[in-house]
Design a protein around this ligand. Structure first.
Ligand SMILES: Nc1nc2c(ncn2[C@@H]2O[C@H](COP(=O)(O)OP(=O)(O)OP(=O)(O)O)[C@@H](O)[C@H]2O)c(=O)[nH]1
Ligand SMILES: [Mg+2]
Length: 441
C-alpha cells in the first residue's frame, strides 16, 4: 500500500486561509481522528474543529472528503481549509505525522494522479506550468495544454501510426502474389503525410518552449555604445552600472521583461573589443557565447560616431538581430536606414527618445517570430526530442522492402510518441519530470 501523504497546497507563510491536502488510504481515518466525527458527505465542505490526540485544539476550519476514485489523485483525498499561520501548520503537521502520514515529495500528488490514469504527462506538466506562469501568454499556453490539446494531437498521430501498422500487417498475411498493390501504396502515402505533419510541428521555431522558458534577448555592441543604459531604460530600473568609461560591464547582467505577454530575459554584455585585461577578455568571450545562444539580438551602435560603425558589432548581425542606433541626441551625420541589410532604429537612452518605438518594435518582432497560434505546440525540449525520434523512425519506413522491418520503424515511431504523454516511460524519467514540481501539487 502506498503511504498516505499530506502537504500544504497553498503558499507557505501567513495567510487568511491555508489549504491542506491529504491523499492515500489513510486519509479517511486521519480526518475522523482529527475531527472525532464520522466522515462528512463526499465533496461537500463541512465545518471541522480539529484536535490533536491529547484533545489539544489545532484549528477550526473546513473539511472536504473526496473518496477514491473521484479525486484529483484517484485515491482517497481530504482537503482541509484552515487558518494560514506557522503555528497552525506546525500543529497540524505534527498531528498528521502521529497518525502515520508523511509529508509529500514535490509533485507527488500529480504523480499519483498520473499513475492512476487521471491525467497524462502533458496535463501534469501543464499544471506545473500554470502555477509557474508569470505572463498572460504563458497562462494561456498552460491552460491550452491542460485542456489536452497537445495530448490529443500526439494521440491522433499515434492512431495514424497504428492504422498504417494494421494495414501493413494485413499485407504481411497475404501471399506475395495475392497482395493488392494499393495496400502498400496506401501505407506509403499515409506515412509520408504523417511525416510531413510531424515536420511541420517540429519547424515551429521552438515557440512553445520559448514561451514557457522565456525568450533570450542579448544586447551587443562596442564599449560605451550605451548597452547598459538601454537595458536600464527597458527594465525601468538601474540594474546595470553605467559610466563614461569604456569597458564598464564585464559580466552578463540579466533583467526580466514582459513583452506583451512574452516573458523575456534581456542580457547586457561586455562591450566587444580587443580587451585590455584578462577579466574584460573573459567578459567579451561571455558576450559572444550569449549572442550564439540568443533567440533575438540587439546590436547597439553609437549614433554619434556615424558614419564610422564598429566592425565587431556589425559582424554579429544576422536575421535574428535588431539594429539600434543609440545616442541619437549626439548624431551629427545622417543615420543609415539599414546596416548589414537589417533596418535600424534610432533612440537615445539618455533622453528616452525612441524607446517606446524600440519596445513596440521588439514586441512586434517577437510576436511575428514566435507567436503561438491556436494549434497546440510542443512546450518542452522533452516533447521535441520524442517527436524528433518519431520523425527519424518514420523516415526509415520503407514498405517496398522487408515488411517486417517496415513495421518495426512504425512501432519505434509510436513508442517515441508515447513518451510525450507518458504511455511509455521509465521511473527514472518520471522522477526527473515530477521533481521540478512544487510540494502540494
Ligand atoms: N548623450 C548620450 N549619452 C549616452 C546615451 N546612452 C548612454 N550614454 C552615455 O554613454 C556612456 C556609456 O554608457 P553605458 O550604458 O555604460 O555603455 P555600455 O555600452 O554599457 O558600455 P560598456 O559596459 O563599457 O561596454 C555613459 O556615460 C552614458 O551615460 C545616449 O543616448 N545619449
Ligand atoms: Mg555596459
Amino acid at each position: 500500500m502506498a503511504d498516505t501523504i499530506y502537504a500544504l497546497a497553498s503558499g507557505a507563510g501567513r495567510a487568511g486561509i491555508a489549504v491542506w491536502r491529504l491523499s492515500g488510504e489513510g486519509s479517511a481515518a486521519a480526518l475522523t481522528a482529527l475531527t472525532g466525527r464520522p466522515l462528512p458527505p463526499p465533496r461537500r465542505a463541512v465545518r471541522a474543529v480539529l484536535t490533536d490526540r491529547d484533545a489539544e485544539p489545532i484549528d477550526d476550519g473546513l473539511a472536504l472528503w473526496f473518496p477514491a476514485p473521484a479525486s484529483f489523485t484517484g485515491e482517497d483525498v481530504v482537503e482541509l481549509h484552515l487558518h494560514g499561520g506557522r503555528a497552525v501548520a506546525q500543529a497540524l503537521g505534527q498531528a498528521l505525522a502521529r497518525l502515520g502520514l508523511r509529508p509529500a515529495e514535490p509533485g507527488e500528488f500529480s504523480r499519483r494522479a498520473f499513475a492512476n490514469g487521471k491525467i497524462d504527462l502533458t496535463h501534469a506538466e501543464a499544471i506545473a506550468d500554470l502555477v509557474a506562469a508569470e505572463t498572460a501568454a504563458q497562462r494561456r499556453q498552460a491552460l491550452r495544454q491542460m485542456d489536452g490539446t497537445l495530448a490529443s494531437l500526439i494521440e491522433s498521430w499515434r492512431h495514424r501510426l497504428v492504422s498504417i501498422l494494421a494495414r501493413l500487417e494485413a499485407a504481411i498475411d497475404f501471399a506475395e502474389e495475392d497482395l493488392p498493390p494499393s495496400l502498400i501504396a496506401q501505407t506509403r502515402t499515409e506515412a509520408a503525410a504523417l511525416e510531413s505533419d510531424l515536420a511541420a510541428h517540429l519547424a515551429d521555431n521552438r515557440r512553445g518552449e520559448i514561451l514557457r522558458d522565456g525568450l533570450h534577448i542579448t544586447l551587443l555592441g562596442a564599449p560605451n555604445a550605451g548597452k547598459s543604459s538601454l537595458l536600464n531604460r527597458l527594465a525601468g530600473r538601474e540594474a546595470a552600472i553605467v559610466s563614461a568609461e569604456a569597458g564598464t560591464t564585464r559580466d552578463v547582467i540579466e533583467v526580466y521583461l514582459d513583452l506583451g505577454g512574452w516573458p523575456a530575459i534581456l542580457a547586457d554584455t561586455a562591450g566587444l573589443r580587443e580587451a585590455a585585461g584578462q577579466i574584460e577578455a573573459e567578459g567579451v568571450r561571455r558576450a559572444l557565447a550569449r549572442a550564439e545562444a540568443a533567440d533575438l539580438k540587439l546590436a547597439v551602435f553609437d549614433a554619434g560616431l556615424v558614419p564610422n560603425l564598429d566592425e565587431a558589432t556589425r559582424e554579429v548581425i544576422d536575421d535574428a538581430t535588431l539594429v539600434v542606433l543609440n545616442k541619437r541626441d549626439l548624431a551629427v551625420s545622417p543615420l543609415p536606414e539599414t546596416i548589414a541589410g537589417r533596418p535600424t532604429i534610432a533612440v537615445s537612452a539618455k533622453t528616452g527618445d525612441g524607446l517606446d518605438r524600440l519596445l513596440s518594435w521588439i514586441e512586434g518582432e517577437v510576436h511575428q517570430r514566435f507567436a503561438v497560434g491556436p494549434a497546440p505546440v510542443l512546450t518542452r525540449a522533452r516533447h521535441r526530442a520524442a517527436a524528433e525520434a518519431a520523425a527519424v523512425a518514420l523516415s526509415g519506413f520503407d514498405p517496398s522492402g522487408d515488411l517486417g522491418l517496415a513495421a518495426e520503424s512504425l512501432r519505434a515511431a509510436a513508442t517515441a510518441l508515447g513518451r510525450i504523454t507518458g504511455r511509455v516511460e521509465t521511473d527514472e524519467v518520471l522522477d526527473a519530470i515530477f521533481r521540478e514540481f512544487c510540494i502540494g501539487k
